[in-house]
Design a protein around this ligand. Structure first.
Ligand code: 13P
Ligand code: SF4
Length: 317
């Protein structure tokens, strides 16, 4: 995959210049997830995983956050920045995990199981966060669950694969797991990984914990997107099979230009791209900075309730 030529094309460069000008005018910060297209990552003030971007969102001077990721990530930024404008290039940049976990169902669970602590993955709507006790990301999920007394019953939501991974890592018995799935990671299969390993027998394997457990069993490393980037940089291998969304290749190539990275196609789209993350484009980023729309708005009462579990998570190192 050639990364640089796209950013060097005159049309792309002209839009990039417009974006940088608008960024100055708006006093905006540009945050981007590793799954964004390379042209967006190149312009960003910070590229990171969900936890790093949440931390970045509360440490800056300025009036506007242009969040190049998916909607729940921008909502998290807004919870931390009620007085700043938070925009996303495309309003339809959602997430299958958010869709799998409606707030009314979580409310019902709460009423029926008042003794359970709800641990919500950050890939949830702000309404679900407001109903939860503590949040987690793929980077700190094990630490978050370990911070809860062992005898305490837990509901982990909404990602079933991450929940099962955390359950195995922590040895928790009393942990119910919501049955949501990531449309990208849940459809990577052990069969396709085995085929890639047969093709590249020297390669190590790094995988995101949203993948199914039979695939994670074959991985040399399991972690968040940024943890995968950090591990690949140091790993004693020239070839690595990376089982996550292929947008991460840009960050991997930056930190380890001499290594070769392979991606496996999932069974859903025969690709390794998140259809939500890929809705954001350079043109839409320019337009959202120009129009300050689509803008994240959260009722203050929900924001304040969602802030509590978010702050609890951010207090955990
Ligand atoms: P990370 O927090 O690991 O970047 O994960 C976000 C995500 O949506 C993975 O699909
Ligand atoms: Fe959601 Fe999966 Fe896309 Fe991540 S990769 S944003 S979990 S659909």
């Amino acid at each position: 995959m050639e990364l640089k030529p796209a950013a060097d094309m005159p049309a792309v460069t002209a839009i990039a210049e417009e974006i940088l000008e608008l960024k100055r005018e708006r006093r905006a910060i540009l945050l981007a997830h590793h799954y964004q297209v390379p042209e967006i990552q190149e312009l960003a003030d910070a590229v990171g995983d969900s936890l790093e971007l949440a931390r970045k969102a509360r440490e800056f001077d300025g009036d506007v956050i242009a969040f190049c990721g998916v909607w729940f990530m921008a909502e998290t930024a807004k919870v931390l920045n009620p007085n700043r404008i938070v925009v996303v290039p495309d309003r339809e940049a959602g997430c299958s995990l958010v869709d799998a976990c409606p707030a009314d169902q979580v409310k019902l669970f709460r009423q029926r199981h008042p003794d359970h602590v709800i641990v919500a993955y950050i890939n949830t709507s702000v309404e679900v966060k407001a109903l939860s006790d503590i949040l987690c990301t793929s980077r700190n999920a094990v630490a978050v669950v370990n911070s809860i007394p062992r005898e305490q019953p837990i509901l982990f939501l909404p990602d079933a694969n991450l929940g099962n991974y955390v359950k195995r890592q922590t040895g928790r018995e009393n942990m119910k797991i919501w049955q949501g799935l990531c449309v990208v990671h849940a459809t990577f299969t052990a069969r396709r990984l085995a085929a890639a390993r047969a093709e590249h027998p020297e390669a190590l394997v790094a995988a995101h914990p949203e993948c199914p457990s039979e695939l994670l069993e074959q991985a040399d490393f399991i972690g968040s997107t940024s943890a995968i980037v950090e591990w690949c940089k140091k790993a004693p291998a020239r070839e690595i099979i990376v089982v996550t969304e292929s947008g991460i290749l840009h960050s991997l190539t930056r930190v380890a230009p001499d290594k070769r990275f392979y991606f496996i196609p999932n069974e859903e789209c025969n690709c390794s791209e998140c259809p939500y993350m890929k809705r954001n484009t350079l043109e839409k980023l320019r337009d959202c900075l120009k129009n300050l729309e689509p803008r994240v708005e959260i009722p203050e009462e929900i924001r304040q309730r969602a802030l509590v579990p978010l702050e609890r998570m951010l207090a955990i190192n």
